[in-house]
Ligand binder design. Sequence first.
Ligand code: C5P
Length: 237
Amino acid sequence: MSAKQKIILALDVDNGPAALETVDRFGGRVNIYKVGLELFTAEGPSIVRDIQARGKKVFLDLKFHDIPNTVAKAARTAARLGVFMFNIHASAGSEAMRRARDEVVELSLKENLPRPLLIAVTVLTSQNQDELKTEFGIQHSLRTHVKHLAGLAKNAGLDGVVASGQEVSMIKEHLGGKFLIVTPGIRPSSYPPDDQKRTMTPREALRAGADFIVLGRAVTGQKDPEKALEQIESELA
Ligand code: C5P
Protein backbone atom coordinates (compact mmCIF):
# COMPACT_ATOMS: atom_id res chain seq x y z
CA MET A 1 0.00 0.00 0.00
CA SER A 2 1.38 3.44 -0.91
CA ALA A 3 1.75 6.12 1.75
CA LYS A 4 -1.16 8.01 0.16
CA GLN A 5 -3.53 5.10 0.69
CA LYS A 6 -2.57 5.09 4.36
CA ILE A 7 -3.65 8.68 4.97
CA ILE A 8 -7.03 9.41 6.52
CA LEU A 9 -7.98 13.08 6.67
CA ALA A 10 -10.20 14.10 9.60
CA LEU A 11 -13.12 16.35 8.66
CA ASP A 12 -13.39 17.96 12.09
CA VAL A 13 -15.81 20.73 11.11
CA ASP A 14 -19.35 21.54 12.21
CA ASN A 15 -21.14 21.71 8.87
CA GLY A 16 -21.54 19.80 5.63
CA PRO A 17 -20.57 22.54 3.15
CA ALA A 18 -17.21 23.07 4.89
CA ALA A 19 -16.57 19.31 4.91
CA LEU A 20 -17.42 18.90 1.24
CA GLU A 21 -15.36 21.94 0.34
CA THR A 22 -12.35 20.16 1.88
CA VAL A 23 -13.13 16.93 0.02
CA ASP A 24 -13.42 18.82 -3.28
CA ARG A 25 -10.29 20.84 -2.61
CA PHE A 26 -8.12 17.77 -2.00
CA GLY A 27 -9.59 15.95 -5.02
CA GLY A 28 -7.60 12.86 -5.94
CA ARG A 29 -4.96 13.48 -3.28
CA VAL A 30 -6.95 11.95 -0.39
CA ASN A 31 -8.98 8.74 -0.61
CA ILE A 32 -10.23 8.27 2.94
CA TYR A 33 -12.02 10.84 5.10
CA LYS A 34 -12.87 10.58 8.76
CA VAL A 35 -16.30 11.71 9.91
CA GLY A 36 -16.31 12.17 13.65
CA LEU A 37 -18.71 13.25 16.36
CA GLU A 38 -18.84 16.95 15.52
CA LEU A 39 -19.68 16.61 11.83
CA PHE A 40 -21.96 13.61 12.27
CA THR A 41 -23.92 15.31 15.03
CA ALA A 42 -24.41 18.33 12.77
CA GLU A 43 -25.28 16.55 9.53
CA GLY A 44 -26.19 12.93 10.22
CA PRO A 45 -25.72 10.09 7.71
CA SER A 46 -26.34 12.30 4.67
CA ILE A 47 -22.82 13.73 4.96
CA VAL A 48 -21.40 10.19 4.78
CA ARG A 49 -23.39 9.56 1.59
CA ASP A 50 -22.31 12.89 0.10
CA ILE A 51 -18.64 12.05 0.66
CA GLN A 52 -19.11 8.54 -0.74
CA ALA A 53 -20.89 10.00 -3.78
CA ARG A 54 -17.60 11.79 -4.53
CA GLY A 55 -15.91 8.41 -4.76
CA LYS A 56 -14.29 8.61 -1.31
CA LYS A 57 -14.13 6.10 1.54
CA VAL A 58 -15.42 7.05 4.97
CA PHE A 59 -14.02 6.12 8.36
CA LEU A 60 -16.98 6.69 10.71
CA ASP A 61 -15.29 7.67 13.97
CA LEU A 62 -18.21 7.63 16.40
CA LYS A 63 -16.46 5.44 18.99
CA PHE A 64 -19.51 3.42 20.05
CA HIS A 65 -19.51 2.76 23.79
CA ASP A 66 -22.75 1.33 25.15
CA ILE A 67 -24.42 -1.93 26.16
CA PRO A 68 -23.81 -4.84 23.76
CA ASN A 69 -27.27 -4.75 22.15
CA THR A 70 -27.08 -1.03 21.38
CA VAL A 71 -23.52 -1.26 20.06
CA ALA A 72 -24.45 -4.25 17.86
CA LYS A 73 -27.46 -2.47 16.36
CA ALA A 74 -25.46 0.71 15.75
CA ALA A 75 -22.78 -1.41 14.07
CA ARG A 76 -25.39 -2.87 11.76
CA THR A 77 -26.56 0.62 10.82
CA ALA A 78 -22.98 1.73 10.13
CA ALA A 79 -22.45 -1.28 7.87
CA ARG A 80 -25.64 -0.51 5.98
CA LEU A 81 -24.37 3.02 5.42
CA GLY A 82 -21.51 1.46 3.49
CA VAL A 83 -18.65 2.97 5.48
CA PHE A 84 -15.14 1.66 4.91
CA MET A 85 -14.30 1.55 8.61
CA PHE A 86 -15.91 2.36 11.97
CA ASN A 87 -14.97 1.98 15.60
CA ILE A 88 -16.07 0.86 19.05
CA HIS A 89 -14.42 1.50 22.43
CA ALA A 90 -12.71 -1.71 23.48
CA SER A 91 -13.70 -0.77 27.03
CA ALA A 92 -17.35 -1.41 26.05
CA GLY A 93 -16.24 -5.01 26.54
CA SER A 94 -15.77 -8.26 24.63
CA GLU A 95 -19.46 -9.03 24.31
CA ALA A 96 -20.24 -5.66 22.70
CA MET A 97 -17.34 -6.08 20.26
CA ARG A 98 -18.22 -9.70 19.40
CA ARG A 99 -21.89 -8.93 18.87
CA ALA A 100 -21.05 -5.93 16.69
CA ARG A 101 -18.73 -8.10 14.58
CA ASP A 102 -21.42 -10.78 14.23
CA GLU A 103 -24.06 -8.25 13.16
CA VAL A 104 -21.76 -6.74 10.56
CA VAL A 105 -20.74 -10.11 9.11
CA GLU A 106 -24.35 -11.29 8.99
CA LEU A 107 -25.66 -8.12 7.35
CA SER A 108 -22.87 -8.00 4.79
CA LEU A 109 -23.50 -11.59 3.72
CA LYS A 110 -27.27 -11.26 3.70
CA GLU A 111 -27.40 -8.00 1.78
CA ASN A 112 -24.28 -8.60 -0.27
CA LEU A 113 -22.61 -5.42 1.03
CA PRO A 114 -18.86 -4.90 1.43
CA ARG A 115 -17.94 -5.64 5.06
CA PRO A 116 -16.58 -2.56 6.84
CA LEU A 117 -13.41 -2.79 8.89
CA LEU A 118 -14.27 -2.88 12.57
CA ILE A 119 -11.70 -1.18 14.78
CA ALA A 120 -11.49 -0.83 18.56
CA VAL A 121 -10.36 2.29 20.38
CA THR A 122 -7.83 1.40 23.08
CA VAL A 123 -6.71 4.43 25.10
CA LEU A 124 -7.35 7.87 23.58
CA THR A 125 -4.22 9.61 22.36
CA SER A 126 -5.24 12.63 24.46
CA GLN A 127 -4.81 10.61 27.67
CA ASN A 128 -1.66 9.72 29.52
CA GLN A 129 -0.47 7.43 32.29
CA ASP A 130 -1.32 9.88 35.09
CA GLU A 131 -4.94 10.27 33.97
CA LEU A 132 -5.45 6.52 33.75
CA LYS A 133 -4.25 6.21 37.32
CA THR A 134 -5.81 9.22 39.00
CA GLU A 135 -9.10 9.35 37.09
CA PHE A 136 -9.83 5.69 36.36
CA GLY A 137 -7.85 3.89 39.08
CA ILE A 138 -5.91 1.82 36.53
CA GLN A 139 -2.77 0.77 38.35
CA HIS A 140 -0.84 -0.98 35.59
CA SER A 141 1.04 0.93 32.92
CA LEU A 142 -0.70 2.61 30.00
CA ARG A 143 1.18 0.31 27.62
CA THR A 144 -0.04 -2.76 29.48
CA HIS A 145 -3.58 -1.40 29.36
CA VAL A 146 -3.40 -0.74 25.61
CA LYS A 147 -1.99 -4.24 25.06
CA HIS A 148 -4.77 -5.76 27.13
CA LEU A 149 -7.56 -3.89 25.29
CA ALA A 150 -6.02 -4.68 21.89
CA GLY A 151 -5.92 -8.36 22.85
CA LEU A 152 -9.61 -8.26 23.82
CA ALA A 153 -10.44 -6.69 20.44
CA LYS A 154 -8.50 -9.31 18.53
CA ASN A 155 -10.13 -12.15 20.47
CA ALA A 156 -13.54 -10.64 19.73
CA GLY A 157 -12.76 -10.88 16.00
CA LEU A 158 -12.20 -7.20 15.28
CA ASP A 159 -9.92 -6.14 12.43
CA GLY A 160 -7.67 -3.86 14.43
CA VAL A 161 -7.35 -0.98 16.84
CA VAL A 162 -6.90 2.76 17.06
CA ALA A 163 -3.71 3.35 19.02
CA SER A 164 -1.05 6.03 19.40
CA GLY A 165 2.14 5.72 17.36
CA GLN A 166 4.00 5.02 20.56
CA GLU A 167 2.19 1.70 20.99
CA VAL A 168 2.22 0.49 17.38
CA SER A 169 5.28 -1.74 17.45
CA MET A 170 4.29 -3.29 20.78
CA ILE A 171 0.81 -4.20 19.43
CA LYS A 172 2.19 -5.57 16.15
CA GLU A 173 4.68 -7.69 18.08
CA HIS A 174 2.02 -8.97 20.44
CA LEU A 175 -0.85 -9.53 17.99
CA GLY A 176 0.79 -9.95 14.58
CA GLY A 177 1.19 -7.84 11.47
CA LYS A 178 -2.26 -8.48 10.05
CA PHE A 179 -4.05 -6.88 12.99
CA LEU A 180 -4.58 -3.33 11.68
CA ILE A 181 -3.51 -0.19 13.52
CA VAL A 182 -4.99 3.24 12.88
CA THR A 183 -2.90 6.00 14.43
CA PRO A 184 -4.16 9.49 15.29
CA GLY A 185 -2.20 12.06 17.27
CA ILE A 186 0.06 12.64 14.28
CA ARG A 187 2.21 15.77 14.43
CA PRO A 188 5.11 16.69 12.14
CA SER A 189 8.06 17.57 14.41
CA SER A 190 7.66 21.34 14.07
CA TYR A 191 3.93 21.34 15.07
CA PRO A 192 2.47 21.81 18.56
CA PRO A 193 0.75 18.78 20.16
CA ASP A 194 -2.53 20.69 20.90
CA ASP A 195 -4.55 18.50 23.34
CA GLN A 196 -2.83 15.30 22.19
CA LYS A 197 -0.40 13.74 24.66
CA ARG A 198 1.03 10.71 22.85
CA THR A 199 2.03 12.08 19.46
CA MET A 200 4.34 10.86 16.70
CA THR A 201 5.47 12.23 13.37
CA PRO A 202 3.84 10.71 10.25
CA ARG A 203 7.08 9.06 9.22
CA GLU A 204 7.74 7.57 12.66
CA ALA A 205 4.20 6.18 12.86
CA LEU A 206 4.40 4.46 9.47
CA ARG A 207 7.89 3.19 10.23
CA ALA A 208 6.63 1.70 13.47
CA GLY A 209 4.05 -0.21 11.40
CA ALA A 210 0.83 1.85 11.50
CA ASP A 211 -1.49 0.75 8.67
CA PHE A 212 -3.31 4.08 8.56
CA ILE A 213 -2.50 7.52 9.98
CA VAL A 214 -5.17 10.08 10.83
CA LEU A 215 -4.23 13.63 9.95
CA GLY A 216 -6.31 16.37 11.55
CA ARG A 217 -5.15 19.78 12.64
CA ALA A 218 -1.64 19.12 11.29
CA VAL A 219 -3.25 19.59 7.84
CA THR A 220 -6.69 21.16 8.14
CA GLY A 221 -5.65 23.57 10.92
CA GLN A 222 -2.85 25.08 8.81
CA LYS A 223 -3.04 28.30 6.81
CA ASP A 224 -2.37 26.37 3.62
CA PRO A 225 -3.75 22.84 4.18
CA GLU A 226 -2.75 21.60 0.72
CA LYS A 227 0.84 22.66 1.25
CA ALA A 228 0.82 21.05 4.71
CA LEU A 229 -0.35 17.75 3.19
CA GLU A 230 2.23 18.00 0.41
CA GLN A 231 4.98 18.49 2.97
CA ILE A 232 3.84 15.43 4.91
CA GLU A 233 3.64 13.37 1.72
CA SER A 234 7.12 14.37 0.66
CA GLU A 235 8.39 13.46 4.12
CA LEU A 236 6.79 10.04 3.67
CA ALA A 237 8.00 9.45 0.11
O1 C5P B 1 -6.35 17.33 14.96
P1 C5P B 1 -5.87 16.00 15.41
O2 C5P B 1 -4.74 15.45 14.57
O3 C5P B 1 -5.56 15.94 16.89
O4 C5P B 1 -7.11 15.04 15.13
C1 C5P B 1 -7.12 13.71 15.51
C2 C5P B 1 -8.43 13.13 15.12
O5 C5P B 1 -8.42 11.74 15.46
C3 C5P B 1 -9.64 13.74 15.85
O6 C5P B 1 -10.72 13.71 14.96
C4 C5P B 1 -9.89 12.80 17.01
O7 C5P B 1 -11.25 12.72 17.35
C5 C5P B 1 -9.45 11.46 16.40
N1 C5P B 1 -9.00 10.43 17.35
C6 C5P B 1 -8.00 10.62 18.28
N2 C5P B 1 -7.68 9.64 19.17
C7 C5P B 1 -8.30 8.44 19.11
C8 C5P B 1 -9.30 8.22 18.14
C9 C5P B 1 -9.62 9.25 17.26
O8 C5P B 1 -7.40 11.69 18.31
N3 C5P B 1 -7.94 7.48 19.94
